[in-house]
Write a protein that binds this ligand. Structure first.
Ligand code: PLP
Length: 396
């Protein structure tokens, strides 16, 4: 018999599996070109060509024993050094290899840092809508996720409620910008205010509150928008980065945690993250891809491809009467459902072979997430369906 805790997780994940199965079923009936699957955040843009070259070069050039073996649990020293230098070049910071821990994607990094920080009963605050896995990751270490209600006017965090919800059990805050599922980039004004509140509350409760910046979409920003680098705004910031989206490598499972020297209890935290990497069973992030990304730190996927999708889908949906805050990053639109019950709206969309995800999965009912990391031609083919769906509601 599986554990009670796992029973709840399995039940929950069967919803996602059911959606996947449903997509396959529809494709069998209508043909895959007539099914419009916007449900997954799986990058549609190929990795930059440098990645393939780097992988081949690493295999050809690296000294035997330096590619496939075990290493320090924090990752290859020279890879971590390259990442620190690249951050210093880009953001004018002063990091070194000791501040970097290579992780198994952002998901691995979040689990490592939460394992390192949380005592049972500790609270972790995040802002709705949020990546649903945060709840599971926090629960893995017997913490409680506290979700701040969404600010649907522009999807910037609701900072008044945030200030009210911080208490002596608050250990960490997770933020994600550019955001999944809204695509919104948190403004510098928001970040400054957030840091002010955290500083005040640290003094009030005489404690350390860690800000965990979950940044898989950092490089996916449009219209020249700047994504603030959070270590510059708040001292107790830890960055969780991932190459899953910036280099379209989600299956390779590679990212890193950055724990700056200024962070409270930094030395212990770095040791804890090193040990957590080992005892969670990761042991270390995959070796070959560590070495490859270290050679491609300035490479990026062609963001213009996502931008073109964004423009087409956003402008078309608006012209059919849908409401949506125009996203400045990531590859998602978060659209107001045309009825209160977002789950029912998702079912209605399915009648047009459109697969989307209810906002309730992100702690924000009444909305749906449309992932536009898909082929442009699939968006074009899906538009009559979106248009008919809107007209059906307009007639009601
Ligand atoms: N955080 C957010 C906000 C995400 O959207 C995702 C993946 O979609 C992750 C973390 C996990 O990313 P990774 O593939 O790097 O583990």
């Amino acid at each position: 018999m599986i554990s009670e805790k796992m029973m709840a997780f399995v039940k929950n994940s069967s919803v996602i599996r059911a959606m996947f199965e449903e997509g396959k079923r529809l494709a069998d009936i209508y043909g895959s070109e007539n099914v419009y699957d916007f449900s997954l955040g799986n990058p549609s843009v190929e990795p930059p060509t440098q990645i393939k070259e780097a992988l081949i070069d690493v295999l050809n050039e690296e000294t035997p024993g330096k590619i496939h073996g075990y290493m320090n649990n924090s990752g290859h020293e020279d890879v971590r050094e390259s990442i620190a230098l690249s951050l210093n070049n880009n953001f004018g910071t002063d990091f070194n290899s000791d501040n970097i821990i290579m992780t198994v994607g952002a998901a691995g990094g979040l689990n490592v840092i939460l394992k390192s920080l949380l005592n049972s009963g500790d609270e972790v605050i995040t802002f709705a809508p949020y990546f649903g896995e945060y709840r599971n990751y926090v629960s893995n270490y017997d913490g409680t996720l506290i979700a701040i209600s969404p600010n649907t006017s522009d999807f910037q965090p609701n900072l008044d409620e945030f200030e009210e919800k911080i208490n002596d059990r608050t250990k960490a805050v997770i933020i994600n910008s550019p955001n999944n599922p809204t695509g919104v980039v948190y403004s510098e004004k928001t970040i400054i205010k957030l840091a002010e509140i955290l500083n005040k509350k640290q003094v009030e409760y005489n404690t350390s509150i860690y800000l965990i910046s979950d940044e898989p979409y950092r490089e996916l920003a449009y219209d020249g928008v700047k994504v603030p680098y959070l270590t510059k705004y708040y001292r107790n910031t830890i960055v969780g980065y991932s190459f899953s989206k910036s280099l379209s490598l989600p299956g390779e499972r590679i990212g890193y945690l950055l724990i700056p020297n200024e962070v409270d209890d930094c030395e212990n935290l770095l040791s804890a993250a090193n040990v957590a990497t080992r005892i969670l069973g990761f042991v270390n992030a995959p070796s070959l891809i560590q070495r490859a990304v270290a050679r491609c730190l300035d490479a990026k996927v062609d963001v213009e491809i996502y931008n073109r999708n964004r423009e087409l889908l956003y402008n078309s949906l608006l012209s059919y009467g849908y409401e949506c805050v125009k996203p400045q990053g990531a590859f998602y639109l978060f659209v107001k459902a045309l009825e209160e019950d977002d789950k029912n709206f998702v079912q209605e969309a399915k009648k047009h072979n459109i697969l989307i995800v209810p906002g309730s999965s992100f702690g924000c009912p009444g909305y749906v997430r449309i992932a536009y990391c898909v082929d442009y031609s699939m968006i074009e083919r899906s538009l009559p369906g979106f248009s008919k769906l809107a007209s059906e509601y307009q007639k009601k």
